[in-house]
Every structure is written in C-alpha cells, then in structure tokens.
Design a protein around this ligand. Structure first.
Ligand code: SF4
Length: 299
C-alpha cells in the first residue's frame, strides 16, 4: 500500500490535519501539514477549521491540543506515548508540595500531563520560560518538572526558584566532555544547546534555546557549521532549510525513543479507524486551560 497517498485521501475525506513535532521521524515530518514544537502545534490545532487533529508526538502534546480545542477530535497514532519528563511529576506529589509551600507560585513546563497543568498558576515553554519567570521574579516560585531549566533561570537571573527533580534524560545525559570532544573535531562549528541540558553545558554554548530557537538561529546565521545539542529529529528540518550548512549531533545518543515509534502505517490506521482519541476530564481541562491562557497573556 502507498501509505502517503492513502493518508492524503483520508485527510481530505475526513477534514483532518496532521501535526508533527520536530523530533518525529523524517517521513512523519514530511507527511505533516504543520511541523513545530508542542505548544505552537496546539495553537495551530485551535485555529484550524479541521474536524480531526492527528498529533504525531507524545501524550502531553495531544492533551495540550485537546485542552485548547475541546470541540475537536484529537487523535494520536500508536496509542498514547509517554514523555519521561512529564512522568517525573504526579498530581499527588504536586498537591502535597502545594500544601507544604502555599506561598510558591507554581510554574509548569508545557511538557507536563493535563492534571499537572490544572494544578499550576501558569505554564511555560522553552521559548517563553525566561520571559514568564521574569514576570514572577519578585515571587517565590516552584518550576516543575525540569530542574535544568529552573537551574538555568535561577543561576542566570538570581530568582527564588525551587526545583522539581525532573528532567528529560535525552538532554540531561549530555556532558561537558561531549562539547569538548566535538569542538576538537569541529573547531569552526558553533555549539547550539537546548536549555533542558545541564547548566554547565549551556555556559559552553554559543546559543542556548528552544528547538524552534535553534532552527531560527541557524536559518539566520551566516556560519556554515553547527554542533547540535538537542534531539536528532531537528536535523531533518535544519538540513532541508540549510542544504549548504553542516550539522553534527553533540552526542549520538540524542534520540527520544518514544518520539520515534510512530510510523506511516500508524498514521494511516489512526486516520482510517479514528484511533487513539485523546480525552481530558472537563474539570481538569478547564483548570489546565487557565494555566495555558495565563502563559499566552504573559508571553
Ligand atoms: S525528548 Fe525528552 S522532553 Fe521531549 S518527549 Fe522525549 S523525553 Fe519528553
């Protein structure tokens, strides 16, 4: 079967769009109507007239789309895929924390499950985190669940931030040695690192920023070589937009195994059978939307 043709037919028949995160496999990125980071894709889903949204990503991404678009059918191919960082915090733990620390503003990364967003005062993405944290700079903050981004903001700006002990293992596993080795191999290359990596790595980078930030940085740069410190899926978009530039992955381990599980066959089955639908309890959805709306207001 030619999955690409069949997927395109089903999309038209069912008034569906396909959204794919930059960390998806190349062929999934190529079939997508929109490619982006998790939050931007959810905003695209909200603005779209499509009845069905097929979200190629992990669970929190499909949930975020559903929170912002409750009237649309949000489907995820390949059942519901977890995110290690999102699962580093549970609502039970956060409720306990809030009881013990009633004076802390709860800022949660968009990489959280819906119940965590619902318990938060405001959400952030890696693109707007520093701007939003600045708004709360005179308050006591809990930033969850990514301890590395919290550490980056606390050390860079001196904010009173409590950390959750969560991380994205893909980025957290990067080391200073990785940077030193790659700089020796490619001395003319600029080092671009996602702030989910440890603070000491961001200090060695020429640029530390979100996935979209890294893509924009490369697109605008007049340099030719880049060492990339984020998930390997980003290379597809970077090479497409910059065919004459060279890219080196900071470490070959930069692969999110959950993001790589979706195949063209899964997308076809998802559209054909309208599986696997994302649902979010309405009271959780409404509270989670407040935290996302607050983010929009402040960004
Ligand atoms: S790359 Fe990290 S944060 Fe992103 S989905 Fe995978 S585990 Fe989660």
């Amino acid at each position: 079967m030619n999955y690409i043709e069949e997927i395109n037919k089903l999309k038209k028949e069912k008034n569906a769009i396909i959204l794919a995160h930059y960390y998806q496999k190349d062929e999934i990125q190529d079939i997508a109507d929109y490619l982006g980071d998790s939050y931007n894709l959810s905003v695209i889903a909200k603005k779209s007239d499509a009845k069905i949204i097929v979200f190629c990503g992990v669970k929190f991404m499909g949930e975020t789309a559903k929170i912002l678009s409750p009237d649309k059918k949000v489907l995820m191919p390949h059942k519901v895929l977890p995110c290690k960082m999102a699962n580093d915090i549970t609502s039970k733990e956060l409720i306990e924390y809030k009881k013990k620390n009633p004076d802390r503003v709860i800022i949660s990364y968009v990489n959280t499950n819906a119940d965590i967003k619902a318990l938060s005062d405001c959400c952030v993405t890696s693109s707007n985190a520093l701007k939003i944290l600045e708004h709360y700079k005179d308050k006591k903050i809990l930033y969850c669940p990514d301890k590395n981004l919290a550490n980056y903001a606390a050390k860079t700006y001196g904010y009173d931030i409590d950390f959750w002990n969560g991380n994205c293992n893909i980025h957290d596993n990067l080391t200073v040695d990785d940077v030193i080795k790659m700089k020796e191999l490619h001395p003319n290359a600029l080092v671009l690192i996602h702030p989910e990596a440890r603070y000491e790595l961001t200090q060695l980078a020429d640029y530390a920023g979100s996935t979209k930030g890294i893509i924009d940085y490369v697109n605008k740069s007049d340099k030719d070589e880049f060492i990339i410190g984020t998930e390997r899926g980003i290379l597809h978009e970077l090479k497409k937009k910059n065919p004459n530039k060279k890219f080196y992955l900071l470490n070959e381990c930069l692969t999110c195994k959950f993001m790589k599980l979706i195949s063209l066959e899964d997308v076809y089955n998802c559209l054909k059978n309208e599986e696997f639908e994302i649902t979010v309890d309405e009271s959780i959805r409404k509270d989670a939307q407040k935290a996302l709306d607050k983010m929009l207001e402040l960004s």
